[in-house]
Ligand binder design. Structure first.
Ligand SMILES: [Fe+2]
Length: 346
C-alpha cells in the first residue's frame, strides 16, 4: 500500500494507493492543500481515481469536488450526504476497489448522519467518528449521540483491536493509534453505558468551529468559499505595486485611472490623489457611464486589496483588458506614508 498522511492544522487527509496498479484515493482533502496532494500523488506515481469525504465537514473546506473535476476522478460520499455534486454514493457493506486494495465502507452515523469509516488492510480511516483520545462531537447539524454510541460500540470497536486508527482530526500532532489503544485509554470510550455516554456528549458544551456556516454552506452545496473566489480573482488579474502606482500617478496622472471601489465615506476620508470613486456595489450599475473607454488603463484599489481584486476581475471579464489591481490597499498605502487627498475628489 502506498500511504501518505497530510496534516493541515488539525485536519488530516490521506492518500492511499495500490502499488501494483497505481490507482489512488484521497480521503478528506482540504481546499488549501490541493497542490500538495497532486504533487504527492505525482511523486508516488499514483493516479487518483476517487476523492472521498468521510462525512459533511463543518470545520474545513472540502476540496473533493474541485479535485474530482480537475482529475476526472469520482467524488465519493455516503448515501445520506446532502452534497449535490457527489458522483458515487456508497452504503454500509460496500467496497471501493482501488486496484488490489479494498476500502470497506462502514456507515457510522453520530458525528453526522452521513459519517462513514473506511477499513483498508491493517488500518481504518475513522473520519470524525473516532479520534485519538476523543470522538467527533454530536452537537452540530445531524449529530446524534445515541447513534454515535451504536456506531462506536456496536460497529467500529468490534473490529480487530490491532487495526490502526487514522482519524480526520488530530490537534496534537499524533499520526495514529489502534482500536485496542483507544478502547483502553480513550476517556470518552470509558463511558460504556449508553445513557451515560449520551449524557456526557450532551454536556460537552464545545465552542463552535470557526467558519462553521461557510464550511457547511460550501461543502453541502459545492459552492465556493470567499477564499476561493479571491484566489480565482487573484489568478486572473495582474497587480501593480504601490510604489509603481505612486510614481506613475505623480509622473503622468492622466495616463491611468485609479479606481477607488470603497464606499463614499471611506473615499472622502482619504484616497490616492486623483483617484475616482466607483463603489464595488455600484460597479455594474455605473460602469458604462463612468468608464466609456474599454482600452483605458485602470488600477483598482480598496481598503485591504481584496475587494479591489474582485473588482479588477469583474472589469476584465467585462472586456476592460488593461485593468490591474493595486498590490495592497489604502491601509498599507497610509502606513507607507504615501500621499492622500481628502474630500469629495474628482
Ligand atoms: Fe467533522
Amino acid at each position: 500500500m502506498i500511504f501518505e498522511q497530510i496534516a493541515t492544522g488539525g485536519c488530516q487527509s490521506y492518500l492511499v494507493g495500490c502499488e501494483k496498479t497505481s490507482a489512488g484515493a484521497l480521503i478528506d482533502p482540504e481546499a488549501s492543500q490541493v497542490d500538495r496532494y497532486l504533487a504527492l500523488a505525482a511523486r508516488d506515481g499514483l493516479r487518483i481515481r476517487f476523492v472521498i469525504d468521510t462525512h459533511t465537514h463543518a470545520d474545513h473546506f472540502s476540496a473533493s469536488r474541485q479535485l474530482a473535476e480537475q482529475l476526472g476522478a469520482l467524488s465519493v460520499m455516503h448515501r445520506a450526504s446532502p452534497a449535490p455534486g457527489v458522483q458515487m454514493r456508497v452504503e454500509d457493506g460496500e467496497m471501493i476497489v482501488l486496484g488490489q486494495l479494498r476500502l470497506q465502507v462502514l456507515h457510522t452515523p453520530g458525528h453526522t448522519v452521513d459519517s462513514m469509516c473506511l477499513v483498508c488492510e491493517d488500518r481504518v480511516f475513522t473520519g470524525d467518528t473516532l479520534l485519538i483520545g476523543g470522538t467527533g462531537r454530536t452537537d452540530l447539524p445531524t449529530g446524534d449521540p445515541e447513534a454515535l454510541f451504536e456506531s462506536l460500540f456496536g460497529r467500529l470497536l468490534r473490529l480487530d483491536p490491532a487495526l490502526k486508527v487514522y482519524p480526520a482530526h488530530d490537534y496534537k500532532g499524533r499520526s495514529h493509534s489502534t482500536l485496542g489503544d483507544e478502547l483502553a485509554t480513550n476517556p470518552r470510550l470509558q463511558q460504556r453505558d449508553k445513557a451515560a455516554f449520551v449524557q456526557m456528549m450532551r454536556q460537552l458544551d464545545l465552542s463552535m468551529p470557526t467558519h462553521l456556516t461557510e464550511a457547511l454552506r460550501t461543502n453541502m452545496s459545492g459552492g465556493k468559499t470567499v477564499a476561493q473566489m479571491l484566489a480565482e480573482a487573484s489568478a486572473s488579474v495582474p497587480f501593480m505595486a504601490m510604489a509603481e502606482l505612486l510614481s506613475r500617478v505623480q509622473a503622468a496622472p492622466t495616463e491611468l485611472i485609479v479606481l477607488d471601489v470603497r464606499e463614499r465615506d471611506a473615499y472622502e476620508a482619504g484616497h490616492i490623489p486623483g483617484a475616482r470613486l466607483l463603489p464595488r456595489g455600484q460597479l455594474e450599475l455605473r460602469v458604462n457611464a463612468e468608464l466609456p473607454d474599454p482600452t483605458a488603463r485602470i488600477v483598482t484599489c480598496c481598503e485591504f486589496g481584496r475587494i479591489s481584486t474582485l473588482a479588477a476581475a469583474t472589469l476584465r471579464s467585462m472586456g476592460f483588458q488593461r485593468v490591474a489591481a493595486l498590490d495592497g490597499g489604502m491601509k498599507a498605502w497610509l502606513e507607507a506614508g504615501y500621499p492622500v487627498s481628502a474630500g469629495p475628489g474628482a
